[in-house]
Design a protein around this ligand. Structure first.
Ligand code: FES
Length: 110
């Protein structure tokens, strides 16, 4: 499928940023390319920093890939509270199934 996908990033303060993302890039890359603050992505997507931590909404249920052991381990080290909906956004690919998904950015990534 071609064309852009609309995804949203929401700060815990409630501020919401809507971005258009190309299918196939990571959710982290979509944030960085659109200057969304709060997704630090220090390791550039190598799954070794946990500064791209997000909380996923219900649109993503059953759509996101299984979490790898590496991602699971890194989430344990994330600065902000780990929740049932926590994922590392560098491990998530934009696809049409994520249209209108919301990713909440934790208050801190360090
Ligand atoms: S960018 Fe480092 S773990 Fe996602």
């Amino acid at each position: 499928m071609s064309g852009s996908i609309t995804i949203r990033f929401r700060k815990e303060s409630g501020q919401q940023i809507e971005v258009q993302a190309r299918p196939g890039i990571s959710v982290m890359e979509a944030a960085v390319m659109n200057n969304v603050s709060g997704i630090e992505a220090e390791c550039g997507g190598a799954c070794i920093c946990a500064t791209c931590h997000v909380y996923c909404d219900q649109v993503t249920e059953g759509v996101l890939p299984e979490m790898s052991g590496e991602e699971d381990d890194m989430l344990d080290m994330a600065s902000a509270e780990r929740r049932a909906t926590s994922r590392l956004s560098c491990q998530l690919r934009v696809s049409d199934k994520l249209e209108n998904a919301v990713f909440v950015i934790p208050e801190n990534q360090f």
